[in-house]
Design a protein around this ligand. Structure first.
Ligand code: MLT
Length: 407
């Protein structure tokens, strides 16, 4: 008899954003005359930068000719893209990352979800709360947690982000082995200073642990004192893996391209205490289970690093940041305490009310979709996240409707 992986039965019935999409679809079906504005899932709305479109066309034309046709590409990504990333995202910021330490992929969601499989079953996890649900759910699927009790999985050290610590958790008092961090943060939009990240790198060194650092939103940082990469912190090459994505940087949520950095100096140990290079393990996994990103998509991603590409992507990001500013100002004016939106595309609003009830109020009375904080973890209760990814017209209309609905 075929049997299931029973760890799946510990999960909530559906993924947070699928759950929200289902509720919104039901509302739209019941209220066809009331147009809904979606500021829930962080999905971009503006077209790809022109340099990316030109590169996509040119690369597609190459595939039309025998002389320039491409079949399977390198699973780790083409050298032209890995080199551009190493030079522009790392060397330019003083970080020592080689092109062959960069693994091109189709998304950070997949990479941060898959990476845990190269580590032992019984490692100790440290996961933020609130958190991007993928970090937790993929470890539950792998059987690395106990059951969910009162909304928390047993065996996980939760790193609480609350108003008291300005939504940036401190290192825990217990030892852990695999630590998930995300800055600028999803869902709170909080950023971490160099000093704060230094305490994490020191903690990881002391505990022979590894930090999985998700910096998918680094392009939104406008405060020059805030680090964009964990590798700006001395010693991070020995303890950290970094995830980056072109999704929110250049509008690639549908196009799909991202990358993961694994320095060759990063070690993990076997049960006999023998060290192994994590880079080699991930390379083995990636080449066995992943086919690479399509050549035209990688060409489009590389175009972002040209002078015109840099100018066009920065214009795109500024556009969403201007939306974020409008949202934060409007919600503050309504009397809510908010963070995020200044170095991140998300605004985290402390509503002081049940977050699903607040979600329902906005959906039913304003036809605006937000994301209820409780969906990101226990510490998210009392908050909602509003995303800045939409047209200016929709953001402005949503804010007028929210103000009227909450009066
Ligand atoms: C979000 O809304 O949290 C993001 O869109 C999720 C993602 O990037 O997968």
């Amino acid at each position: 008899m075929i049997r299931i992986n029973e760890n799946y039965t510990k999960l909530k019935a559906s993924y947070l954003f699928s759950d929200i999409a289902k509720r919104v679809t039901a509302y739209v079906a019941a209220n066809p005359s009331k147009p809904v504005i979606r500021l829930g899932i962080g999905d971009v709305t503006e077209p790809l930068p022109p340099v990316c479109i030109e590169a996509l066309h040119a690369a597609t034309d190459e595939l039309a000719k025998r002389a320039t046709f491409k079949g399977y590409g390198p699973e780790q990504g083409y050298a032209f893209l890995r080199e551009a990333v190493a030079q522009h995202d790392y060397a330019a910021r003083g970080c020592q990352i080689e092109a062959d330490e960069i693994f091109i992929s189709d998304g950070s969601k997949c990479d941060c979800g898959n990476l845990q499989e190269i580590f032992a079953q019984d490692i100790r996890l440290a996961i933020p709360d609130p958190v991007y649900p993928v970090y937790v759910d993929t470890n539950v699927m792998a059987g690395r947690t106990g059951a969910s009790v009162d909304g928390r999985y047993q065996g996980v050290t939760y790193l609480e982000s609350t108003p008291a610590n300005h939504y940036v958790p401190s290192v825990p008092s217990v030892a852990t082995d695999l630590i998930y961090l995300c800055f600028p943060n999803n869902p709170t939009g909080a950023v971490a200073t160099k000093a704060q990240l230094t305490t994490w790198v020191e903690y990881a060194k002391k505990n022979q642990a590894i930090i999985l650092f998700d910096s998918a939103y680094e392009a939104y940082i406008r405060n020059p004192a805030i680090p964009h990469s964990i590798y700006e912190i001395p010693g991070a090459r020995e303890v950290a893996i970094e995830f980056r994505s072109f999704s929110k940087t250049a509008g690639f949520t549908g196009t799909r391209c991202a990358y993961t950095v694994i320095p060759k100096a990063l070690l993990a140990w076997d049960h006999q205490g023998q060290p192994h290079a994590v880079h080699a393990l991930w390379n083995r996994r990636h080449t066995t289970k992943f086919n690479g990103v399509a050549y035209p998509i990688q060409k489009a991603a590389a175009a972002i690093y040209t002078a015109a590409g840099q100018q066009q992507t920065s214009q795109l990001i500024n556009f969403y940041l201007d939306n974020a500013k409008l949202i934060r100002e409007a919600m503050t004016k309504l009397g809510f305490s908010c963070i995020g939106g200044d170095n991140a595309p998300y605004i985290w609003i402390n509503t002081g009310r049940d977050s699903w009830a607040f979600f329902d109020t906005l959906l039913n009375n304003a036809q605006v979709v937000c994301t209820p904080g409780a969906g990101f973890g226990q510490c998210g209760e009392g908050h909602v996240r509003i995303s800045a990814f939409n047209s200016r017209e929709n953001v402005e209309a949503a804010l007028v409707r929210i103000a009227a609905a909450l009066k």
